[in-house]
Design a binder for this molecule. Structure first.
Ligand code: ZN
Length: 326
């Protein structure tokens, strides 16, 4: 039986998993970025983990390694300029290829959910869809005509930094008013703080020290009919709906998937989001473009997405002569 290794690199943790073709995760382990700050140390540890997984799977044929990371340069196979990662110009693809003799594929981490949705989720038969991940920031993976949109460097889909409100909230990218300052987990917290300061609505969140307010706590409060928390998600859903209508005008998707921690707010977020989306959509589009919660579980979405890169690329490789980084 064939298997693939998926590596999901985040700002805090690196998840490594061994998966089967239908999306079953056989083994998964986690490394903390803070423990492996130097290029060579990290590459050595990662190679050790991959080799342990290979040793665990005598009866399996591992056909490749997929990696999702911020700052992924798909041309050079390196990780560059990722603001949350300590490594400088990390030659991750070349190193793992040499050490394991396996094909290695790299993509931007924002694409992992979209790839997982296409290979294992609800988008198997879809050609044109957007997968938006609402986490600490906002990322998107976009499929057009059955292909993942990468752009020249693999950096397409940075929709979190589309300017929603010119001159608005400062963003760590150096600009102001970026979408992710409003519709991410941190955006929800900021909107909550703002509404608490305005003091127009009652709330169980008033009086909690500002640094203790989380997006999950606000979502819970909204589910318990807290007026201020409901208003936070109405504002968030409205902004998100308007932005999805803008993205629809560019990409004409058949469905939009929402994933990431904020998606777990469920109808508290999705009801105002869908209503705003339908109101904002240009009349030329059908109104029934579904906005769905992703079916890929958060806990291994990254690993599944990264390994899905292997399954998808291996299919392309057998269909043509294309192989990874040859
Ligand atoms: Zn920004």
């Amino acid at each position: 039986m064939k298997a693939a290794i998926g590596i999901d690199i985040g700002g805090t943790n690196i998840q490594v998993g061994l998966t089967l073709e239908l999306g079953e995760v056989l083994h998964q382990t986690s490394l903390r970025v803070v423990h492996y700050q130097q290029n060579q140390i990290f590459l050595n540890v990662l190679t050790d983990v991959v080799q342990e997984f290979t040793a665990l799977s005598n009866d399996l044929e591992i056909i490749g390694i997929g990696i999702g990371s911020p700052g992924a340069n798909i041309l050079s196979g390196t990780i560059q300029n990722a603001s949350n990662l300590p490594w400088d110009n990390l030659p991750i693809v070349g190193h793992l290829k040499t050490e394991t003799a396996l094909p290695v594929y790299l993509t931007n981490d924002a694409n992992l959910f979209a790839i997982a949705e296409k290979v294992f989720g609800q988008a198997k038969e879809m050609q044109d869809f957007i997968s938006l991940t609402l986490g600490t920031g906002v990322g998107a993976g976009i499929y057009t005509s059955g292909e993942l949109l990468t752009g020249r460097d693999g950096l397409a889909g940075e929709v979190g930094h589309l300017v929603y409100n010119r001159g608005g909230r400062p963003c760590k990218c150096g600009r102001n008013g970026c979408l992710e300052r409003y519709v991410s987990a941190s955006g929800v917290v900021e909107t909550t703080r703002q509404l608490i300061r305005e003091a127009r609505l009652e709330s169980e969140l008033i009086g909690i020290p500002e640094s203790y307010i989380t997006a999950e706590a606000v979502a819970e409060a909204a589910k318990n009919d807290d007026l201020l928390a409901i208003r936070v998600f109405e504002v968030t859903g409205q902004i998100l709906g308007e932005s999805l209508a803008d993205l629809t005008a560019t990409f004409n998707p058949e469905t939009i998937f929402i994933s990431g921690g904020l998606a777990n707010a469920n109808e508290v977020l999705f009801a105002p989001l869908r209503s705003s989306f339908e109101k904002s959509l240009l009349a030329i589009y059908p109104t029934e473009i579904p906005v769905l919660k992703s079916s890929i579980p958060d806990r291994n979405a990254g690993v599944l997405g990264a390994s899905a890169l292997v399954w998808e690329q291996s299919k392309i490789a057998t269909e043509s002569t294309l192989t990874a980084y040859d």
